[in-house]
Design a protein around this ligand. Structure first.
Ligand code: 7HP
Length: 174
């Protein structure tokens, strides 16, 4: 069944303002550290990472990781289907997520990337669904906390619906 957006949660202007604030905080924190490797998690983070990376005023490199998660599995099993190209040992790494929901994906990524001995590893999520988060994961930079609703737009989707909307909206549940 075709989905529809029920309401706007964050407008283009609100998102742009908040991404600018995040970029300023991240730039200030990394200014003295040299190059930071931003690792976007596909597909959802592609618009957020494009905007965030362009607003930073520090030296940065962009990489991507793709994962697939088995929503049916009670373990919250996650598998990497595309890895970064570069070696991150000794580098300052920032994981960039569109949304932290259960936190299982982020937990898995932190485990894998930590084992590669980066100089530092931090996390940034545009949205955080705290009520749904079950994994104990640190989120160093959060754009907006949200409730337990399904959101689309600005890279986020429901079965590809809504991914390229310029704003973030809530869709009707099934
Ligand atoms: C993943 C995800 N993707 C899009 N919208 C949401 O609300 C989501 N939660 N977890």
């Amino acid at each position: 069944m075709q989905k529809t957006v029920r309401s706007t949660l964050f407008s283009e202007e609100q998102i742009e303002r908040r991404v600018g604030e995040l970029a300023k905080a991240i730039s200030d924190d990394y200014r003295d550290k040299g190059n930071v490797v931003l690792i976007g998690i596909l597909k959802g983070s592609f618009i957020f990472l494009a905007d965030l990376s362009r607003k930073l005023d520090i030296d940065r490199t962009v990489e991507f990781i793709a994962v697939s998660s088995y929503h049916g599995a009670t373990s919250g099993a996650v598998r990497m289907i595309m890895d970064v190209r570069g070696d991150i040992a000794g580098r300052h790494v920032l994981i960039v997520e569109d949304i932290v929901d259960t936190g299982n994906t982020l937990k898995y990524l932190i485990q894998i990337l930590k084992s590669r001995n980066p100089a530092s590893l931090k996390t940034c999520a545009l949205l955080h669904k705290a009520e749904a988060t079950v994994a104990d994961v640190p989120i160093d930079y959060v754009g907006f906390p949200i409730g337990d609703e399904w959101v689309v737009g600005y890279g986020l989707d429901y079965d590809e619906f809504g991914r390229t909307l310029p704003y973030i909206g809530v869709i009707d549940p099934d």
